[in-house]
Design a protein around this ligand. Structure first.
Ligand code: CP
Ligand code: NVA
Length: 315
């Protein structure tokens, strides 16, 4: 087999992985979290292009930190700094960057931009958030849930708010692959994308995960081991903020709602958060909140991802 026969692996959405590969990633992330120097220098001398078309605090810095830990140099790039901003195509950008970089990380608007980049790149492409998916976030979320709950089978995550949210979509796929039950509580007008839900349900047949959508946040939170909130208006949806806030007001995760969850249940949020909208301050800043662990878990999961995509999964 020649080098060109080896299929480049991308991470455009969680379902790019097989269940076993997801498990490998979480194992590797746990090891890197415990022993950050375990793979010191594994990507020495390599470069990671990080294109950010939207703001980012956690993803931008955790990828840079993960790359540094592995010995690679990350380069943060905005569209204005790239010829993309002057109309160069994604295909030409992908082929050029592939000549210099070990991987390309991109945060953008449409998922099709990520998919097009992946179609043309000859190095791994990582989706650092699109309007439709936020798969890197889901890796950190799973690691956090596994640490808190000891595993996924028979455990339940309730995502409360905008079911069509990128984070919600990635959590559905993460549940499908890991065996974690995921219930989304949302108004019917803010339901998950039907295709994403349908595909995730098909994948879930292999692991037995139950993926459900309900309207009542109380029903979702009852008997859940983790409760998750995200902003009601995602990046790019700011103009819809007021309409969304009206429709989603009953979905604010309050202490009263959290009280319905299982004893020991944790609260999760991808951040940034709007206290007093999707979550009450006393919940996100309270004893059940695992958001800082969750946020910190971005780094080992992304280091594991960069390693696995560039060096291969075990078969
Ligand atoms: N959770 C997350 O992706 O945060 P940033 O937007 O700050 O990267
Ligand atoms: N759904 C949010 C996630 C931010 C990390 C957004 O897209 O803005």
């Amino acid at each position: 087999m020649t080098a060109t026969d080896v299929k480049v692996r991308h991470f455009t959405r969680v379902s790019d992985l097989l269940p076993d590969e997801l498990e490998q990633l979480l194992e590797l992330a746990a090891r890197l979290k415990q022993e950050p120097s375990a793979y010191e220098g594994a990507l020495h001398g390599r470069t990671i292009a990080c294109i950010f078309e939207k703001p980012s605090t956690r993803t931008r810095v955790s990828f840079a930190a993960a790359a540094a830990e592995l010995g690679a140099t990350p380069i943060a790039l905005s569209p204005q700094e790239l010829q993309i901003g002057r109309g160069e195509t994604i295909a030409d950008t992908a082929r050029s960057l592939s000549g210099y970089c070990a991987a390309i990380v991109i945060r953008t608007f449409a998922q099709r931009t990520v998919d097009e980049l992946a179609a043309w790149a000859t190095v791994p492409v990582v989706n650092a958030l699109s309007n439709e998916h936020h798969p890197c976030q889901a890796l950190a979320d799973l690691l956090t849930i596994r640490e808190a709950c000891g595993g996924f089978a028979g455990r339940r995550l309730a995502f409360v708010g905008d079911g069509g949210d990128n984070v919600a979509h990635s959590l559905l796929e993460a549940g499908a692959l890991s065996g974690l039950d995921v219930v989304i509580a949302c108004p019917p007008a803010y339901a998950p994308d039907e295709e994403v839900l349908g595909d995730a349900r098909r994948l879930a047949r292999a692991t037995g995960a139950m993926l459900t959508v309900v309207e009542d946040p109380r029903e979702a939170i009852a008997q859940s081991d983790a409760v998750y909130a995200d902003v009601w208006a995602s990046m790019g949806e700011e103009a819809e903020h007021d309409a969304r806030a009206r429709a989603l007001a009953p979905y604010e995760v309050t202490e009263d709602l959290m009280a319905l969850a299982n004893p020991g249940a944790i609260f999760l949020h991808c951040l940034p958060a709007k206290r007093g909208e999707e979550v009450e301050s006393s919940v996100i800043d309270g004893p059940r909140s695992a958001v800082w662990t969750q946020s910190a878990n971005r780094m080992p999961t992304e280091a594991a991802l960069l390693l696995a995509l560039t060096q291969g999964f075990e078969s």
